[in-house]
Design a protein around this ligand. Structure first.
Ligand code: SAJ
Length: 432
C-alpha cells in the first residue's frame, strides 16, 4: 500500500470521523487542530461534537494508538484538509482556514505526497488557491506531489454510515492525482469512486447543495401559496407527489445548518451575473422565518406584542444538536422583536444559554413543561423524534394553549383538531 501515514487537518464534523476511520483501518494518523481545547478534550477521550456512534469510533482509534492529535502537521504520506469554509458578512467565502492549513503543510511536504482538500470551496479553489501555496515548497503540483479535491457529502446524523457507503467524487490536478486519491479513499469507502478534475468535483459539491436549496425553496413558496388560498400544504404536497414525476420536498421554517444555507452563495459569488435562480432560492428560504412569524401573529389575532409563545425545537433540523444558522433561532429573535415573550425547549442540547438570545430576554427551558406551562400558542419548529411522538392529551395536560402552529409539518392534523386544538400547518385559516 502506498499510504501508511496521514495527517488530517481540522477535527470537526468531517475531519474527526475521517481521521478515526482511517486510523481504525490501520493507517498512522495525526489529527491536527489549531484549537487547544479540542486537542485537550480528545486527549482525554472526550468529544466536542455530537454524532451518533462517533464517540465509540474515536475512542477505539485513540486506544489503538493509530490516532494521535497535534497542533500542527507532521511528515506523512498524505494530508487531508477538512477545515471550515464559512462565509463572511457579505456572503463571500472565507478561505482563511483553507489558506492557513495549506501553509502549515508546506514545511513538511515531500516528493510523492498526496494532498486532498475536502472542505466545500468555491470553484477553482484547489487550482488557484491551494496549489500555489503548496508550491511554495519548491515542489510542483501534479508532478512532484499529487493534489486532489474530494467533497464530503455526508448527512449530519448519519455521518459514519454515509462516509463509508456514499459514492465519492475525486477530482485531481491531472489523472495521477485523482488515481492517488482513489488509492487513499478506497481503504474504507465502499460506495462508487468517480474520478474527474478538481474543478468539476468542486462544482459538483456546490451543485448538490444548491439543488437541494432550490427544491426546498419551491416547497416553502408553495406553503405561502397554500396559506394565501387557505389550503393545508401537507395534504396538497401528498397529493401532488402521487404524480410519477413529482417529488416535492417538505416546507418548513427555513433552511439552516452549515451547508445548504451557505454553499449556494459560493456560486453566486463566483458568477453573480448568471445565478439569479440560485440567489432567489436563497432569499426565499431566508425569508421563511419571517413568514412563520407572520402566521404566528395572525393566528394570535393580529399582534404578537405581549403574547406568550412556546417554541419547540432550536436546532437547524430534526434529531441533531447543531444550532448553526438555525431558522428556529431566527424565528425566536423575530418573535421577540415583535414583543412576544418566548420560552423555547430544545431536547437535544443541554443548558439554557443560546448565544445572542439570553441577552435579549429569551428563555431556553430545560423541559417541555416549563416551555409550554403558561403559553398561549405552541410553535412547533423542528421535527425531532420526541415531538413526533407528542400526544394531544399529554400536551393539553401541560399547557393552557389550545393553538398549535406546526411549521415542521409533522403532526396529524385530524388527531389534534379532534382533541380540541386549533391546529395549523404553515397556514392560518379555517380551511384544510
Ligand atoms: N429541509 C427542509 N425541507 C426538506 C429537507 C430539508 O426544510 O425537505 C431543511 C432542514 O430542516 C435543514 C436544511 O434544510 O434546515 C438542510 O438540511 P438537509 O437535511 O437537507 O441537509 P444538511 O445540511 O444536513 O446536509 C446537506 C446534505 N446535502 C444534500 O443532501 C444535497 C449532505 O449530503 C451534505 O454532505 C451536507 O449538506 C454538507 O456537508 O454539505
Amino acid at each position: 500500500m502506498r499510504f501508511n501515514s496521514l495527517c488530517v487537518l481540522g477535527l470537526g464534523y468531517i475531519g474527526l470521523p475521517m481521521a478515526s476511520t482511517f486510523a481504525t483501518h490501520g493507517l498512522e494518523v495525526v489529527g491536527v487542530d489549531v484549537n487547544p481545547e479540542v486537542l485537550e478534550r480528545l486527549e482525554n477521550g472526550e468529544l466536542h461534537i455530537h454524532e451518533p456512534g462517533l464517540r465509540t469510533l474515536v475512542q477505539a482509534a485513540l486506544r489503538s494508538g493509530n490516532l494521535v492529535v497535534n497542533d500542527r502537521p507532521r511528515e506523512a504520506d498524505a494530508f487531508i484538509i477538512a477545515v471550515p469554509t464559512p462565509y463572511d458578512r457579505d456572503r463571500k467565502a472565507d478561505l482563511s482556514f483553507v489558506v492557513a492549513a495549506s501553509e502549515s503543510i508546506v514545511p513538511v511536504l515531500r516528493k510523492g505526497n498526496l494532498v486532498v482538500l475536502e472542505s466545500t470551496s468555491p470553484p477553482r479553489t484547489t487550482v488557484d488557491v491551494v496549489a500555489p501555496i503548496l508550491e511554495n515548497s519548491g515542489l510542483k503540483a501534479g508532478r512532484d506531489f499529487y493534489l486532489s479535491y474530494t467533497p464530503e457529502r455526508v448527512l449530519p446524523g448519519q455521518i459514519l454510515r454515509e462516509l463509508v457507503e456514499c459514492a465519492r467524487v475525486i477530482g485531481g490536478i491531472g489523472r495521477a492525482s485523482a488515481e492517488a486519491g482513489r488509492e487513499l479513499y478506497s481503504i474504507f469507502v465502499r460506495g462508487e469512486i468517480i474520478l474527474t478534475t478538481a474543478t468539476t468535483a468542486e462544482l459538483v459539491k456546490l451543485m448538490e447543495n444548491t439543488y437541494r436549496d432550490i427544491n426546498i425553496a419551491i416547497a416553502n413558496e408553495f406553503s405561502r401559496l397554500a396559506d394565501r388560498f387557505q389550503v393545508d400544504i401537507g395534504e396538497a404536497i401528498k397529493i401532488a407527489n402521487k404524480h410519477p414525476r413529482i417529488d416535492i420536498l417538505r416546507p418548513g421554517p427555513g433552511v439552516g445548518g452549515h451547508c445548504v444555507s451557505v454553499d449556494p452563495w459560493f456560486l453566486v459569488e463566483a458568477a453573480p451575473d448568471i445565478t439569479p435562480l440560485v440567489r432567489t432560492a436563497r432569499e426565499v428560504n431566508d425569508g421563511q422565518p419571517r413568514f412563520v412569524v407572520e402566521l404566528a401573529g395572525r393566528a394570535l389575532g393580529g399582534s404578537l406584542d405581549g403574547r406568550r409563545v412556546a417554541v419547540l425545537g432550536l436546532t437547524y433540523k430534526a434529531d441533531v444538536d447543531d444550532m448553526r444558522e438555525s431558522p428556529s433561532v431566527s424565528i425566536a429573535h423575530l418573535l421577540m422583536d415583535e414583543g412576544a415573550a418566548v420560552r423555547a425547549y430544545e431536547p437535544n442540547t443541554k443548558g439554557t444559554n443560546v448565544e445572542g438570545l439570553v441577552s435579549t430576554g429569551f428563555v431556553k427551558t430545560e423541559s417541555l413543561e416549563e416551555a409550554v406551562g403558561d403559553a398561549e400558542m405552541i410553535l412547533l419548529l423542528v421535527g425531532h423524534k420526541a415531538f413526533r411522538q407528542l400526544k394531544p392529551q399529554e400536551l393539553a395536560a401541560l399547557t393552557p394553549a389550545r393553538l398549535i402552529l406546526d411549521a415542521a409539518c409533522i403532526l396529524d392534523a385530524q388527531q389534534w383538531r379532534d382533541a380540541g386544538f386549533r391546529y395549523y400547518r404553515l397556514h392560518v385559516g379555517e380551511a384544510g
